[in-house]
Design a protein. Structure first.
Length: 85
């Protein structure tokens, strides 16, 4: 699959989810993957980076789970898996 196809699948899957953001396929210039970008949030951001020339795709997920610990992250993942509000 191409990066564009993977992006479209993720965007459709997570459309309308309150805590999951599929980031634009062409992210804006700047510090896109700042380690403090999601501090204090419950958000998960999914990035698709593609290198069309080399036919490589890199998928990255960014979340701040330091404040909630493993159990809080597990509960959030369960909420996402079972589409709980």
């Amino acid at each position: 699959m191409s990066g564009s196809e993977i992006y479209e699948v993720l965007a459709a899957k997570y459309e309308g989810q309150p805590f999951v953001r599929v980031m634009p396929l062409e992210p804006p210039d700047g510090d896109v993957l700042s380690p403090v970008g999601l501090v204090g949030t419950n958000l998960l951001e999914l990035f698709v980076f593609q290198n069309v020339a080399d036919e490589h795709v890199l998928l990255v997920a960014r979340l701040d789970n330091l404040g909630k610990g493993a159990s809080g992250a597990a509960v959030q993942n369960i909420d996402l898996m079972f589409d709980l509000k």
